[in-house]
Design a protein around this ligand. Structure first.
Ligand code: G6P
Length: 609
């Protein structure tokens, strides 16, 4: 969510950090600021709203600095205002701080500091942290030591960057459960909260570990661990291109990422689903460990949670072992029953979602094995789980998740097949899923070729006051995802549930103008869903049905029909039906003129609980 950028070197620093922070816009933010070193000390400029507001301010001042840091904020403590935006000063104005994450004990600290005469200009935990660093600096007179001491007093998950007037030739960065990467240049160095911000400047990157403190000068990067022991920085060269994270000719990242799904799934399956149908997941557990699992508990948030629901259908269907899917945000507080032979499986695109990370940590504390399905390599969840399977979907920029979802479901299909071979399963079901998974990239391609059908439906639904998303079985799980997409980017209220639950309440909301989108990819429940379609039609609602090519009966019942290719595996067919729903949300949002890649109030990576 919040973005961090920093630069020290011979070039004009403010332009560089603004460029860096622009590349992190996709993370979602509501205000931004920059601090830079001048002859008179550290100057701070900040503005609520989009980065253009800050850029205007910078253009008026035209700073010339060689040390700077920038921040884009997503409000957690205090409204998104100019004064709450980062950077924040200590009480002397000598020290400036930016930070991502949350200082949990900031109220206690603020009280202590107030008792010692400190006053605050904002409502943020960050300003409190700046005052703590300042207070330590007043005592010890050395910036690195002051930051070390301050970190001891701060509780929570944060990444923090500090500049000081009296030590103008350095920037100090601390990573504490919130990502930070350093960029190594020639006679210049960089830092950022995410790699894409560094790539236009350098490909040599140091990923800071938990608890690390770094001191950047233009010629050197000094790194130490949480115990203040110096450590050798491990420089990695990033080989993926920044182009991969840009729009590539599409109008929005979302539509680009929707169209990338066949490729994303191909990458996900490559080297794992072999030609003979066997599955190769070398980085997980050995066969004996797998066989000991009696139950799988999936923890995830948002779209990843919806992917988990499809995982449950696949795994239970094949190996008949119970699978529970829990919201990670609820897991810790529900007194969860975790048994020694459980496998806790965390799913996360970013690998940084605070609730999912907390659920994973709880599982680890209970001593059970943990597996992560993650997209972002080296992210916190990937690092902390006992084993990780990367979805290999490539960087996902749009806040609304699309290609990560299909890659997560494809990965869960791999896990199901792997488990099925170890535990034994119905041969026919196994072959059906293997076959459907092998053909999944082509199936998704065929879904995307029918975008024009979806555009027509979007035109019809664009002004609906309420949209229902309904289905049974795996279609019900996909209905949740279709509705989430519509809410997230088109801001149309939705009502989503298993189709059979309609008559227990939601049906009361149906009236002319309201539309219902039904998923109908499972032939065994088709007749039941058609009855539900009739219930909606009888009350004047408009019906859109997503059906397989092989279904010749349903189209007569619906006002609009979107077709997907026939697939024998019900779960894979349901996954394929998610693509027209993603496209529907996209085109409705486009017709309504919404800010598609950065929907209001939402963030790509939710690193607060
Ligand atoms: C945010 C994003 C969603 C995502 C969810 C979980 O809400 O906007 O797209 O599904 O977080 O994120 P994760 O990175 O853990 O998959």
């Amino acid at each position: 969510m919040c973005g961090i950028a920093g630069y020290i070197g011979p070039k004009e620093a403010v332009g560089i950090v603004l460029d860096q922070i622009t590349r992190l816009e996709y993370r979602g933010y509501d205000s931004a600021g920059v601090a830079f070193r001048t002859d008179h000390g550290i100057e701070v400029l900040k503005r609520a709203g989009k980065l253009t507001n800050l850029r205007q301010l910078v253009a008026e001042i035209r700073p010339e600095a060689h040390v700077a840091m920038a921040h884009s904020r997503w409000a957690t403590h205090g409204a998104p205002t100019d004064s709450n935006a980062h950077p924040h000063y200590d009480r002397t104005g000598r020290i400036a701080v930016i930070h991502n994450g949350i200082i949990e004990n900031y109220l206690e600290l603020a009280q202590e500091l107030k008792a010692r005469g400190h006053t605050f200009r904002s409502e943020t935990d960050t300003e409190v942290a700046a005052h703590v660093v300042g207070e330590e600096y007043e005592t010890c007179g050395a910036l690195t030591e002051a930051v070390r001491r301050a970190v001891q007093r701060l509780r929570g998950a944060f990444a923090m960057v500090v500049m000081c007037t009296d030590e103008p030739d350095k920037i100090i960065a601390v990573r504490n459960a919130s990502p930070l990467v350093l960029g190594v240049g020639e006679g210049e160095n960089f830092l950022a909260s995410d790699i894409p911000a560094l790539l236009p400047f350098t490909r040599k990157v140091i990923v800071m570990d938990e608890g690390d403190l770094a001191v950047l000068t233009k010629d050197e990067i000094y790194l130490e661990d949480a115990e203040s022991r110096p450590k050798l920085p491990k420089v990695v060269t990033i080989d993926w291109d920044v182009e991969a994270a840009e729009k590539g000719g599409y109008e929005h990242f979302m539509i680009k990422e929707i169209h990338e799904q066949p490729t994303a799934v191909r990458h996900c399956l490559s080297g794992r689903l072999l030609k003979d149908g066997t599955v190769h997941l070398p980085d997980t557990f050995d066969a004996d460990t797998w066989r000991r699992f009696e139950r799988i508990v999936i923890v995830a948030c948002g779209t990843a949670y919806h992917a988990g629901l499809l995982g449950k259908y696949m795994i239970e269907g094949l190996i008949r072992h119970p699978v529970e899917v829990q919201y990670a945000s609820e897991f810790r507080y529900n007194n969860p029953i975790i048994r020694p032979n459980d496998l806790v499986l965390a799913i996360s695109q970013s690998g940084e979602t605070a609730d999912t990370l907390a659920a994973l940590r709880l599982a680890k504390e209970q001593g059970v094995k943990t597996l992560a399905i993650v997209n972002v390599v080296g992210s916190s969840i990937a690092r902390e789980a006992d084993a990780v399977i990367y979805t290999q979907a490539g960087p996902e920029i749009c806040v609304a998740s699309t290609k990560a979802y299909s890659a997560q479901v494809a990965t869960l299909a791999l896990v199901s097949l792997h488990a099925a071979r170890l535990f034994g399963s119905d041969r026919e079901k196994l072959d059906r899923l293997t076959d459907a998974l092998t053909r999944l990239p082509e199936t998704l391609e065929a879904c995307l070729e029918r975008e024009a059908e979806v555009v027509r439906v979007a035109e019809r639904l664009q002004n609906a006051p309420l949209l229902f998303f309904l289905g049974r079985g795996a279609d019900a799980a996909v209905a949740l995802e279709g509705a989430l997409k519509m809410k997230e980017i088109a801001y149309i209220p939705t009502q989503e549930s298993p189709a059979g639950e309609m008559k227990h309440g939601p049906l009361a909301l149906v009236e002319p103008g309201v539309a219902a989108v039904f998923g109908l990819t499972n032939p065994t429940t088709r007749e039941k869903v058609i009855s539900n379609i009739k219930e909606v039609k009888a009350r004047g609602g408009t019906v859109v049905a997503v059906v397989m090519d092989s279904d010749s009966h349903t189209p007569q019942e619906a006002d609009e029909v979107i077709r997907i290719p026939h697939t024998d595996s019900h779960t894979i067919a349901a996954l394929a039906s998610a693509l027209p729903l993603q496209l529907l949300a996209y085109h409705v949002a486009r017709l309504r003129g919404c800010d598609i890649d950065q929907p209001r109030n939402l963030a790509k990576s939710v690193t607060v609980e």
